[in-house]
Design a protein around this ligand. Structure first.
Ligand SMILES: *Cc1c(COP(=O)(O)O)cnc(C)c1O
Length: 410
């Protein structure tokens, strides 16, 4: 019989979110009278903004006529979008990124998973703990994680704890690692790092020849002046960092699909014979071979977000969720629970009371209040003792959930 890629077989059970979904749907079936409010999963609820919708209609019109029809576009993405991004997200903020360094994708998750293609199979990978599970699972699939221990840690991954004990500021790895995944503003904790707190990571990577994989999916939520929106705000980052961005949580594109990766020309790795090679060149080769570009319609919608009207719509949408986060944060802390995040981020990270495990507190909130959260343990061993709430629900549901959370401790 066919031998499969056994690295896939190492992955434990179901993906976290599908497991939570099953528990909740079983509960809903058993208790049809309970009005369940879903504060767990990271999908948005607000519709696409007007400028994006208009661009989608116009793109559909162009596709409907032979004279304006577009087929395959460049694998790297249409020039009009890459220029809008380089100008709108970087150059206008004094950050040096050229359109040629931007690769449009169908969302950040694909690129996060695919980036491993251009990295040596034996690279040592470091992740924060808790962590967005995609970094870990894709490392497992690529054979870089080793074996899963009884403590929930993979033998070849380096875990960097991020907890209340260190004020949610990760410490640099003590050993040399080749690849570091950082996500700021962070999913799941909702916490951020200031420029001063991030700089040592860039410096570490320069010193050790490591690659910093920076997931900036939530950059639009940054409101604090000392928190960077791009890793390239930091000196030296262009030599060590790849940045992932997504339109999913900033413009409601979770269903439409669009993201991009910044791959500076200044990133260099080593071939096995010791010769330097441009990562940009490898990524371009990878994308032109395995990817045929994001949909034209999505790219037109994305470009519309960089018009003055589009920018305002994006800001309004982000502020809507930030206000939800503020409401949740206030009611949770008023209830006596400890909470982090929700200021520069749509995520809130809540400490479980009375030494409950994250699964126990998840169950308590579901059974007592009909509120769905995500148990922190699902994001890694150091997520134990916390649950995650998101600000992505509607204002109405958020207000109701906030009121129920405030009742919790009483
Ligand atoms: C949602 C999310 C993404 C990106 O999702 P896409 O929809 O694939 O663009 C990337 N990273 C993190 C941490 C996320 O939460």
């Amino acid at each position: 019989m066919l031998k499969v890629n056994s690295d896939y077989c190492k992955l434990p059970g179901s993906y976290l979110f599908s497991e939570i979904a099953r528990i909740v749907s079983d509960f809903a079936a058993a208790h049809p009278e309970v009005d369940i409010i879903r504060m767990g999963i990271g999908d948005v609820t607000q519709p696409l903004c007007e400028p994006a919708i208009r661009a989608i209609h116009e793109a559909a019109e162009r596709l409907s006529r032979a004279e304006t029809f577009r087929g395959y576009g460049p694998e790297q993405g249409h020039r009009f979008l890459r220029e809008a991004i380089a100008e709108g997200d970087y150059r206008s903020r004094g950050i040096d990124v050229s359109p040629d360094e931007i690769f449009i994708s169908d969302g950040a998750k694909s690129d996060i998973g695919n980036i491993g293609d251009i990295i040596s199979a034996d690279a040592r990978v470091a992740v924060t703990d808790p962590v967005y599970p995609v970094y870990v699972d894709t490392s497992v699939m690529a054979g870089r994680a080793g074996t899963l221990g009884p403590d929930g840690r993979w033998s070849r991954l380096v875990y960097i704890p991020v907890t209340e004990d260190n004020g949610f500021v990760p410490r640099l790895p003590e050993e040399k690692v080749d690849v570091i995944y950082l996500c700021y503003p962070n999913n799941p904790t909702g916490t951020t790092l200031t420029r001063a707190q991030l700089q040592p990571w860039v410096d570490y990577c320069r010193q050790h020849g490591s690659l910093l994989i920076f997931d900036a999916a939530y950059e639009a939520y940054v409101t604090s002046a000392d928190v960077p929106r791009s890793i390239y705000e930091l000196p030296g980052a262009r030599e060590v960092a790849i940045e992932f961005r997504s339109f999913s949580k900033t413009a409601g594109f979770t269903g439409l699909r669009l993201g991009y990766t910044v791959m500076p020309h200044t990133l260099v790795g080593l071939e096995c014979d010791g010769n330097p090679v441009s990562l940009h060149r490898l990524w371009l080769r990878r994308q032109t071979t395995k990817f045929n570009g994001a949909s034209y319609v999505s790219q037109c919608a994305g470009a519309a977000l960089y018009t003055p009207e589009g920018r305002k719509s994006v800001a309004d949408g982000v502020n809507y969720y930030l206000e939800n986060a503020r409401l949740l944060r206030e009611s949770i802390s008023a209830s006596g629970l400890k909470v982090w995040g929700g200021v520069d981020s749509p995520y809130l990270w809540v400490k479980t009371p009375d030494g409950l495990t994250s699964r126990e507190f998840f169950t308590q909130l579901l059974h007592r209040h009909g509120i769905v959260t995500t148990p922190g343990a699902g994001f890694g061993p150091s997520g134990e003792g916390y649950v995650r709430l998101t600000a992505f629900n509607t204002r109405e549901n958020t207000i109701r959930a906030a009121a129920r959370m405030a009742e919790n401790v009483k």
